[in-house]
Design a protein around this ligand. Sequence first.
Ligand SMILES: Nc1nc2c(ncn2[C@@H]2O[C@H](COP(=O)(O)OP(=O)(O)OP(=O)(O)O)[C@@H](O)[C@H]2O)c(=O)[nH]1
Ligand SMILES: [Mg+2]
Length: 210
Amino acid sequence: MENHPGVNKTNGQAQGKICQFKLILLGQSGVGKSSSVLRYINGQFHENYEATLGYRFVTHSVCLDDTTVKFVIWDTSGQSRYFSCVAEKTRGAHAAIVVYDITAGNTFFRVREWVNMLKSRTSPNIVIALAGNKSDLANKRMVEFDKAQAYAEENGLLFMETSAKTAMNVNEIFLAIAKKLLENGSGGAGQQTLEKSEERGGCCNMCKQQ
Ligand SMILES: Nc1nc2c(ncn2[C@@H]2O[C@H](COP(=O)(O)OP(=O)(O)OP(=O)(O)O)[C@@H](O)[C@H]2O)c(=O)[nH]1
Ligand SMILES: [Mg+2]
């Protein structure tokens, strides 16, 4: 793990105040959502990662000074057949990472759809980050950094190019979200509880927790 001043990863043990946040990853299939979560949680990368069916969630905590930020991370499928189910899962999200692949222009084009959906379905205070993943493949770049950055600025999004493969900016984007959530004064001990249907693992038959 890279070192950040005042930041420690934790195995979930409380340190001072605990804030729990629901964070959802959205984006087209194959952009690297699950790979980014695997990199963040386990520090691993798989060249051939299986497509996510529906969604899955994991928890991970990070300590910022005396506050433990506990993320409940929802990793969703980018396949269009799950769109309505995934849209339903944005309910109650405090934060989101909308991921595109810098080597595939269509994945950036779809970002607007996800961002608009988040803005229409979630609290106006939601923290949204835009991640241009696969930055290790810059020689195949189809989406210019400046274009994505301009879109992010216009829409009030955090923005970073990331690589789940090399780990570039993966910890950093989660950390930036945690800091923004705390700056906004969102969250509090035990504030977010999983909804009962979510704990059971599905909102419909298609969308089972893996
Ligand atoms: N070179 C490179 N490959 C990546 C990176 N991130 C993911 N991949 C590869 O891209 C493929 C798709 O990654 P996933 O993490 O499964 O993509 P996803 O967004 O979760 O896809 P769905 O679950 O279908 O929505 C896998 O073969 C990964 O190895 C990256 O940063 N760089
Ligand atoms: Mg996936």
